[in-house]
Write a protein that binds this ligand. Structure first.
Ligand SMILES: [Zn+2]
Length: 287
């Protein structure tokens, strides 16, 4: 719905223009591919070294070294998680949701990677195991694990409702980062970024093109597992929307914890693998 009631002039060749077939913006034939066989073989012999719980309507931070694995698991009940990643040694390098979407599509699954922002633009983590990969696309165009949405936040909530709410994912991630790194809340808030919406089922409506969500198909025991391509600081928020079947940014929805586990491979299990270097562009921008 808009306030725009100007008459719409239809050009005579409107249908011909609409009929032009699309082309993929970023063909991925030349994109460096992860060695999933190697990663999964290393994972098979890996041992658990850490675990943290993201409590309902809260976030938890965790650290993963390059070459290790982390798994996010649904426990107790259907729950969506908002994931942020930073380079453990440089918070200026962080997950770039928009470019990840441009490279892999609106939703991520096995073999897709979480890419970092400019000028770094390198894989931060690779998805190696997704128990919801079977979901594919439903009749509404819904898919799981999106990189469309930003994260629920108190600013948009205030804009739309005039109220303050402190347990949106943006605030949960801010508190988790501030505590983990010992920085002030304002500094942490600026480093929180657009997320990977773990387990969230979303798409765009056919008629208005609006971002929609629906009840996540996740069930306790489902998980999404990653290989860390660089040393990472992560933070995961158990979204106040719960399974995101009705609303978020409130205490109304049933909300459940999420489990994060970290696994280390055996010595020598990643023979031949190297952490990705930063992007090779000169950075001169033509000057
Ligand atoms: Zn949220």
């Amino acid at each position: 719905m808009t306030n725009d009631d100007l008459p719409m002039a239809l050009p005579p060749d409107a249908e011909a223009r609409r009929a032009v077939p699309p082309v993929i913006c970023y063909p991925t034939d030349t994109l460096p591919q992860p060695d999933l066989v190697l990663y999964r073989a290393a994972r098979a012999g890996a041992v658990k070294i850490d675990e943290v719980i993201a409590e309902p309507r809260e976030a938890a931070a965790f650290r993963v070294q390059a070459g290790q694995f982390f798994r996010i698991t649904s426990v107790e009940g259907p729950q969506v998680g908002d994931l942020n990643l930073w380079n453990l040694h440089d918070p200026g390098e962080r997950f770039y949701s928009g470019k990840t979407r441009a490279l892999h599509g609106t939703h991520l699954t096995n073999g897709h990677r979480m890419w970092s922002n400019f000028p770094h633009l390198r894989p931060m983590a690779t998805i190696i195991d997704d128990t919801l990969a079977w979901y594919g696309a439903d009749a509404f165009g819904g898919r799981v694990h999106d990189v469309i949405g930003t994260r629920c936040d108190p600013h948009t909530h205030h804009l739309l409702s005039g109220e303050d709410y402190h347990h949106c994912c943006h605030s949960n991630l801010t508190r988790a980062y501030a505590r983990a790194q010992g920085v002030r809340v304002g500094e942490a808030a600026e480093l929180v970024h657009d997320v990977l919406n773990v387990f969230m089922c979303t798409g765009f409506t056919q008629d208005t093109g609006q971002y929609f969500m629906k009840a996540s198909p996740v069930r306790p025991g489902d998980y999404l597992e990653f290989f860390a391509e660089i040393d990472l600081l992560g933070a995961l928020s158990a979204c106040p929307g719960g399974d995101c079947s009705s609303e978020h940014s409130s205490d109304a929805a049933a909300c459940h914890p999420l489990l994060i586990e970290v696994f280390a491979p055996q010595e020598g299990a990643l023979e031949g693998w190297q952490s990705s270097p930063r992007n090779g562009y000169s950075g001169s921008h033509g000057l």
